[in-house]
Unconditional design. Structure first.
Length: 249
C-alpha cells in the first residue's frame, strides 16, 4: 500500500510539473512565435528581438507586435520586415531621447518615440519634445498623442507644436489626450471619437495587449499600415483620412 501511495504521489507531481511547463510555454511569446511563424521567419524575428533586448530596447513590444500581426494573417515576410524596421526605429528613438536629457528613457517612451518616427516625426523633433517637457515628465503619452493627431490628418510639425505647447504649459496626460479629440479643425476629424494617447500607450505594453493591436489600434482593426486581409486589395474608404507622408507600416 505504501508503495502504491508513493507511485500515485509521483504521478501527481509529474503531472503538475508538465502542466506548469505547458502553462509556461503558453505564456512565452518566443514559443508562441515559433508556433505561428514559419521556422526561418521565426528564427529571424526572434534573433531581432534578442538583439533589441541586448541593446536595452523594449523587446516585449516587438514580440507583441509580431504576434498581433500573425494573428491578423499578415504575410510572414512582411512581419519579418516590420519587426526589423520597428527595432531600427526604437534604436533611433532611444538615441533621440538620450540626446535630449540625462534621464534614461523608459521602454514606453522608446516605443512611443518609435511610433512617432514611423508616422513621419524625425529624431531631432523627438529630442526637442523631450527637452521641452518639464523635468521628470514622461513623454510616452505626449508622443503617442502626436501619432494620434497625425493619424487624424494633422501634419507632423503641427501635431508636434500643439503637444509641445501643451507640455510647456504643464498640461496633464489627460489634457493631452483631450487634445487628440478636440482638434476638430484637422481634415477628417469631425464627429470622430478620440483615440487617446493613454489608450495608444496601453496597446504597446504586453500586459495590456490581450485584445489590442500592436500598432495602437485596440482590437477593432488591422495594425497600422498592414492590411487585415494579408495584403489583398480592398475598396477605398471615402471617410478615412489619407496616410500622412512618411508614415510606414
Amino acid at each position: 500500500m505504501k508503495r502504491l501511495t508513493k507511485l500515485v504521489m509521483a504521478a501527481m507531481v509529474a503531472t503538475t510539473a508538465r502542466a506548469g511547463v505547458v502553462r509556461s510555454q503558453a505564456n512565452d511569446p518566443s514559443a508562441r512565435l515559433k508556433e505561428v511563424l514559419p521556422a526561418s521567419v521565426a528564427e529571424h524575428v526572434l534573433a531581432t528581438i534578442a538583439a533589441a533586448r541586448a541593446h536595452d530596447l523594449p523587446a516585449a513590444a516587438l514580440e507583441n507586435r509580431a504576434l498581433k500581426f500573425a494573428a491578423r494573417g499578415v504575410a510572414p515576410k512582411d512581419i519579418e520586415k516590420a519587426i526589423d524596421e520597428q527595432a531600427d526605429r526604437m534604436a533611433s528613438g532611444r538615441d533621440a531621447l538620450e540626446a535630449a536629457r540625462s534621464k534614461k528613457p523608459t521602454g514606453d517612451e522608446v516605443d512611443a518615440a518609435a511610433e512617432a518616427i514611423r508616422k513621419g516625426v524625425d529624431g531631432r523633433s523627438v529630442s526637442e519634445l523631450a527637452k521641452s517637457a518639464p523635468s521628470g515628465r514622461s513623454v510616452a503619452v505626449p508622443l503617442y498623442v502626436i501619432g494620434s493627431l497625425i493619424d487624424r490628418g494633422l501634419p507632423s510639425a503641427e501635431a508636434l507644436k500643439r503637444v509641445r505647447d501643451r507640455l510647456q504649459a504643464r498640461a496633464s496626460d489627460n489634457d493631452l489626450e483631450q487634445l487628440a479629440g478636440l482638434s476638430q479643425d484637422a481634415p477628417g476629424l469631425a464627429n470622430k471619437p478620440a483615440e487617446t494617447g493613454r489608450a495608444l500607450a496601453g496597446t504597446k505594453r504586453p500586459a495590456s495587449a490581450g485584445g489590442a493591436a500592436g500598432n495602437g489600434s485596440p482590437g477593432g482593426g488591422p495594425p497600422a499600415g498592414v492590411p487585415a486581409n494579408g495584403g489583398r486589395g480592398s475598396a477605398p474608404n471615402p471617410h478615412k483620412p489619407t496616410t500622412p507622408p512618411g508614415k510606414k507600416p
